[in-house]
Design a protein around this ligand. Structure first.
Ligand SMILES: NC(=O)c1ccc[n+]([C@@H]2O[C@H](COP(=O)([O-])OP(=O)(O)OC[C@H]3O[C@@H](n4cnc5c(N)ncnc54)[C@H](O)[C@@H]3O)[C@@H](O)[C@H]2O)c1
Ligand SMILES: N[C@@H](CCO)C(=O)O
Length: 363
């Protein structure tokens, strides 16, 4: 049985949920998927670092309250996250990056991903920063090393948007992408419709694990801006920068306005879109729109998100599912690990997975 040793970078909601998945479903995953998973290192800004190359016992870590974790007193533990040393030096097959998203320069996650790829380790990440701001360069680095760089969770948590486009819609011309891509703001808009004030709705979304550590990115549209950037560059073959994606958020809208709209049969939605123009360039934007009730995105409510692909042969194809959530996003990491496993173990007479993926990218 193949075993993958994991280094978890960041031990917040998502990577803890992945550790839970491994603890609770490890045997079933081995039976169904043909590989086992073992965590050999964890680093976290608050808890420090923990290394055990024979496999970390996850049970006591998962039993502790998140805010109480302190690795410094444990064997193999240190108060310092030592992320660079862990990523470069600790023998692990896959580095799982789930630290804070930094929409400005992607750091320190961008360095985490680069160090791992330079060290020849596969990477899966739910962090939008490195993918949106340096996806192309990181992909090239991974391709040069013949290793996997997977990031399904960067758009719509575990709902398979990127793999749907890259694999299931392969052979079609995708001419545009439009969707509701932020669980927090969509949840908040729904609560505003119910008369809840913005600060209370934000606090609820944080409690439910949908919001970023700093929810400004959710509220001001920057989180959707990064997702639109990822879709434009990865799916439509663009080479856009963050400044190329016009952006607005939901902070200016009041419960009264949202409720008035409902009486007129309209629902306010934060919609991200990327559209291929006739000259081959891509128009990308994030806009707060009042959608009529019959619009396909008007009924997407709460943390539910949806992305519609506009294609030449199939018309519109919509993928809908959770846009946020700790376990939902941990599933994205598991799906990335499965993709890495399938890439490594493709039959000799089958086209290897990574080259197939590369060919689906335009640019
Ligand atoms: N929660 C979701 O629904 C969701 C969905 C999709 C994507 N994401 C993305 O996944 C990532 C993780 O999300 P989360 O909900 O677990 O966030 P979180 O805030 O719960 O956890 C992030 C963890 O990273 C740690 N960290 C921060 N900087 C670090 C560093 N330099 N070195 C080591 N550890 C560091 C923090 O201490 C924290 O424990 C974020 O980038 C987020 O945007 C989250
Ligand atoms: N904060 C993000 C997490 C998923 O990227 C959201 O609410 O959609």
């Amino acid at each position: 049985m193949v075993r993958y040793d994991l280094a978890l970078i960041g031990f917040g909601g998502v990577n803890r949920a992945l550790a839970e998945l491994i603890s609770q479903r490890g045997d079933r995953l081995a039976e169904e998927l043909g590989f086992t998973l073992r965590v050999v290192a964890i680093t976290d800004l608050r808890a420090g670092s923990l290394v055990d190359t024979d496999g970390i016992d996850l049970a006591p870590l998962l039993a502790a309250e998140p805010g109480e974790l302190d690795f410094s007193g444990l064997t193999g533990g240190n108060a310092d996250p030592r992320s660079e040393w862990v990523i470069r030096e600790v023998p692990a097959d896959i580095v799982v990056e789930a630290t804070f998203t930094n929409p400005t320069d992607g750091e320190p996650a961008l360095s985490h991903v680069r160090w791992a790829l330079e060290a020849g380790k596969h990477v899966c990440t739910t962090n939008k920063g490195p993918v949106a701001l340096a996806g192309r360069a990181l992909r090239v680095l991974a391709e040069q090393r013949g290793i996997g760089f997977e990031f399904e969770g960067a758009v719509l948590s575990g709902t398979p948007v990127l793999r749907t486009a890259q694999r299931l819609l392969a052979g079609l011309e995708i001419t545009g992408v439009q969707g509701i891509m932020n669980g927090t703001s969509n949840y908040i808009l729904g609560r505003l419709e119910e008369g809840i004030e913005l600060p209370a709705a934000i606090a609820e979304a944080q409690e439910l694990g949908y919001a970023e550590a700093d929810p400004t990115a959710d509220i001001e549209g920057h989180d959707v801006q990064l997702k639109v950037l990822i879709l434009a560059n990865e799916i439509l073959g663009a080479d856009l920068r963050r400044a190329d994606v016009c952006c607005e958020g939901i902070s200016s809208v009041t419960p009264q306005e949202v409720q008035d709209a409902v009486t007129k049969g309209l629902h306010w939605k934060l919609v991200g879109s990327a559209t291929l123009r006739a000259d081959g360039t891509v128009d990308a934007r994030v806009a707060l729109l009042a959608l009529p009730a019959h619009h396909p995105l008007a009924g997407i409510s709460g943390p539910l998100n949806a992305v519609t692909f506009h294609t030449d042969l199939l018309g519109s194809v919509t993928v809908s599912g959770p846009g946020a959530g700790r376990m939902e996003t941990a599933y994205a990491l598991l799906s990335d690990i499965i993709a890495i496993h399938q890439g490594r173990h493709a039959d000799d007479d089958t086209a290897p997975l990574y080259p197939v993926l590369q060919e689906t990218h335009r640019g």
